[in-house]
Design a protein around this ligand. Sequence first.
Ligand SMILES: [Zn+2]
Length: 447
Amino acid sequence: MHMHPRDPGEGLLVLPQDGARIDRLDAQRKRPEWLSEIWSTPGTRVLRLHGRRARLSGNRLEYEEATGPLPESAVALGAVDPAELPDGVASNRRGAAAPVHVVTVAHPKPADDAAAAGTTGTTWADLAFAGSQLTPLDAALLTQALAITAWHARTPFCASCGTPTEVEVSGWRRTCPNCGAQTFPRTDPAVITAVLDSDDRILLGSAHRWETHRYSTFAGFVEAGESVEAALAREIEEEAGVVVSDIRYMGSQSWPFPRSLMLGHFAVAADPHVARPDGDEIRDVRWFTRHELAEAAEAGDVTLPTRSSISRALIERWARDVDQPRPPTPDRLPAPVRTTARRVPPRPGLRPTEPPRPRPPTAGPLREDSSADETARLHLQLLHRTRPLRHPAGRRSARGDPGWPRRGTAPGRLHAEGPAVHPRRGRHRQDPGHHAPDRLRRPRRGL
Ligand SMILES: [Zn+2]
């Protein structure tokens, strides 16, 4: 098997999906009959999605047996070591050398919460909530399943001629029967950055569309024709008014809401005093020392990003490091990229519409050894004791799903799913929900 677990490498972040071994079997999945063959192979497991969630048993995803005819939405995810799967339908193959195939099947509608609640011991995993509690394999398979499912949902027609497209390559390509155009699953690169200063403080921002106390790192999409470094510098200067240098890559995370690849970085602000919110997307920016952030999180004055996100991993890495992150060697220093900041008048803050965020079952343990001293350890403990969100109105969405806001619940509300058009600028946006690492800026697309 060709398993490719990600080796984060020295100094890089360790994220929930890291260490998963999935062989995507690129050569095999091109065979037209292959998906049918593995569907009828004993031991093949099915990861069933309902909307954006999968069934959870304890801390493991539930994998079903492949039965009945091959569903139209089936996509081959790849082969995994059966020993890494939870006990279940394929347990007779446990310990066998042969890998087990995993297929995902998507149901567009979320699972019926009432029915789900009636099933003892069953809960529903949302990647943004449960990602840090899952095993690396579960997290990686759920991420992959969400990403490929979201792509199919958004690519029913040919972009060239509008004809309905046909699914090929076991779910990994769509081809137009009219003009022959082929499309493949897309990923949008986005930069996400923890901005530090020479006093080793961290700059966090709070977006208008988040609940009041939520603070996170800064993020935005890489625009057409732009490098990662240029996008990073542009976003930080636009949103927080500071020019950054000493850009340091820290790791990446697939964020399939619907198709982002978050490229995590540290960067250092040249002049921390000029930090200011853009007044458009960002309501507030604040510098925190470790002690201040730990205290604010403990007091409930600051809500941090969800534990499974790379944004949280960046913040925790900063909190853990006693010393300031090493600046790159001078000859590798990217030059500060100056951009013309977009100055826009402030707008009234959007009313937060997000329902309360449930508390994770347990505090996520640190995924790596800490070299911090006692003070830093204390701060970390405080950081891990974040409180459940106190939503001002205590609203929940109509379907009772605590995970995602309702769509289109307020004028100008950015949808949690799919691209939305900014009410004023008409820019295409996507909003990965309030649990996303951060707000994302969608460049203009299309012809
Ligand atoms: Zn076509």
